[in-house]
Design a protein around this ligand. Sequence first.
Ligand code: IFM
Length: 451
Amino acid sequence: MEIREPGDFEFGVATSAWQIEGDISGRGRCTWDDFSETLGKVIDGATGATACDHVNRLEEDLDLLAWLGVDAYRFSISWPRVMPLGTGALSESGLAFYDRLVDGLIARGIAPVATLYHWDLPSPLENNGGWVNRATAEAFAVYAESMAKHFEGRITRWATLNEPWCTAFLGYCSGYFAPGRTEPGASLEAAYNLILGHGLAVDRMRAVGATNVGIVLNLIPIVSESPSMDAVAAHVDGLQNRIFLDLLAGRGVSDEVRASCASITDWAFVRDADNAILGTPIDWMGVNYYTVMRVTEPKATGSGAVGQDSSMFPACPPMSFAPRGFLTQMGWEIIPEGIVEALRIAERGLPGVPLWICENGVAVDDVVDDSGVHDPIRTAYLADHINAVLDARRAGVDVRGYFAWSLMDNLEWSSGWTMQFGIVRVDPVSCERTPKDSAHWYRGQLLARKS
Ligand code: IFM
């Protein structure tokens, strides 16, 4: 399995703060701490207390990245680590940690790609309404500006938010994610305020010299499995993909989405005057892709696939999701063509913006024995998806790079340690790192490209 003609494409790996850092006593609290410490919210009771112990193993992890030979590393900054209360004073020790990370990457010739918000909202902000309160958008912009100032000239590419769909709808509609609220109408307001926060942040960051500022969305091709489900599939597509792209393009909330959610909100929080902020032009956009979603007639039992449940879509009519064929640990179908469709959705929704695949990967059972960690399905998954992206690029899609999810096994949110997405194994008890066969394969491909 080889990566075909990569040319000057950028290759990297991605992680996020809460999933790997640990050291919660060294930072302020976030919604994921509160949520994971509540009995029954995380399947195996895992919390962020240790995670992958990345804070204490920073040098080892930087060396691992250098060994892999990646061009870029996508990580997220924990808002409560650098600004413990979400507003006000910055933490010197928190900033010092990210200084070591960023400077360590640069010293190793690896481009730092920083995400400002990967779901770890400082708890005091949630106690004040969270993303349903417009003030959180303002607070986010202030935090983003401080980061842009502090790291000026050292971050190759900034992402404001990662996957606002998850924050808004898993967090505030189904309650499957932190903060665990089940308020479908309010979740639409959260979605709006997230993009408002993004737009305000982009402006403030640029004002202090930040360049290459964008956002990362999880765009998912929605497939209607029968004509009778077309309208429901359009509802799901409206909330998974179009609402975010429309807001980012300055088109506001479409008439279709307004109508399909009219039973749960009057949309009074939408202000026409916000469109210019919401639609602040961005320099690039990240697309995270794992699978497609197939919409079918309602069934008595759920699909069992994580994130594929009608409760995750506000005002969703009765329906079920029906993934096909071999299913991953997450219950997701593997379909490499979908990554090209996800890029096309991005291209159509926000034309002219350069794209990066910011996450792509698979959770499968690894075979661990004396000879190593064997994960042939993951290697094939990565190869097939990377080649599909490179084919799309040759066919004219402006996609410039690819980040595998994830550098290492980590805390998979409500699924705790039960899902392994890493190309490097992390022992959940000792935190020892062991590159899997897929990491050796990725490294081999990257080395071959450079020789
Ligand atoms: O682990 C997550 C990541 O934090 C965001 N995107 C999807 C991944 C796999 O579920």
